[in-house]
Design a protein around this ligand. Sequence first.
Ligand SMILES: *Cc1c(COP(=O)(O)O)cnc(C)c1O
Ligand SMILES: [Zn+2]
Length: 412
Amino acid sequence: MKYVLGAQCVKCGREYDAVPDLTTCSCGGILDIVYDYAAIRRDVSPRDLEDCRDYSMWRYRPFLPVEADSAPTPLRVGWSPLYPAPRLARALGLKALYLKDDGQNPTASLKDRASALAVVKAREAGADTIACSSTGNAASSLAGNAAAAGLSTYIFVPSRAPKGKVAQLRIFGSTVISVDGSYEDTFALSKAAIDRWGWYNRNAAVNPYLSEGKKTVTLEILEQLGWRTPDYIALSVGDGCTIAGAWKGLKDLYAAGFIERLPRLISVQAQGCCPLNRAIQTGTPWTPMAENTLADSIAVGVPRNPDKALNAIRESDGIAVNVSDDEILAAMRLLGRTQGVFGEPAGVTGTAGVKKALELGLISPDSTVVSIVTGNGLKDVQNGIRAAGEPMLVRPELDALLDAFASHGIAP
Ligand SMILES: *Cc1c(COP(=O)(O)O)cnc(C)c1O
Ligand SMILES: [Zn+2]
């Protein structure tokens, strides 16, 4: 790890060696991986990436805390498309909008970036078993990436996790523990089991390497934009690890001289579960909330990474926007109909937040915005149908079709 200096607690500043099985600080704070940016600046430039044929997150190795001789993970993680979204931009009344479709990762969510890193670090630690607790996507991504690398997994999910995600876990051969309780209960049980059996810990708010994997999403966005910084990057927030990772990636690029200015973050949470945004909006410390939203991936009443997430939003001079479940369902339809991108509820929550921020006058219509679609809609078909409704049902006769068209107001 040529450019890694070590790890430092975000709470008390205590420093640690970057060993593969690093967890939290003795004070309880989460660690941050520290790099030698002067050395990166000296050795690495955007030109090197132009010649790089590795179209995956591993193209950013100088910015990643993995050993030079560590093999990458077998599944292709990262290098998801960044689509210009002119029809959606027009519908929203926005100058320029891009969609980063991270639902195109191998297990269909942004979490693959963190799980791939966890698999590499687990191998470096000599572990053969990895465990995590998850609202669903961290679990399915760990299960898939670990299966591909020949590692076994113990996965704790709340029993409300959507069936599509649980099916992935079973197909990938995990031992799945479906916990009859909240996400908080699920996390606590996984912690107790990890302490008991000593598995490699892929809980994103404990293992500091995971947000280093997640940061590759913003490294990619900026490379795909030709290193031109957008005004805003919008994404949905649950535990806070993703937004913290996204910000870390941007700061890395800035410190290494790849970009000349930083964008502002738009942190989007569900109205019914927005402890982090509420802290930003009221300027008070965060407090727990009920997990009252259909966007299961961000139904996190007790966020596990509040310090890093709040720092990221504040440092970026960010904006906190809350959206209702109806606004999330509307964003699912809007993304599908204008751009052909199908996101799960939490996957489109960032876009719902961009719409809301425009309506509230929090961002100018002249802005250039990147909205990250964090997960694919096929993971949660129940809410897809809820957003868009059932199709018309007709007998296999043209007369029946004519009647159905007439009653639905369709005139081909
Ligand atoms: C996990 C997840 C998020 C939020 O990430 P956090 O690190 O929990 O803030 C958003 N969208 C999807 C689809 C996710 O799976
Ligand atoms: Zn500490």
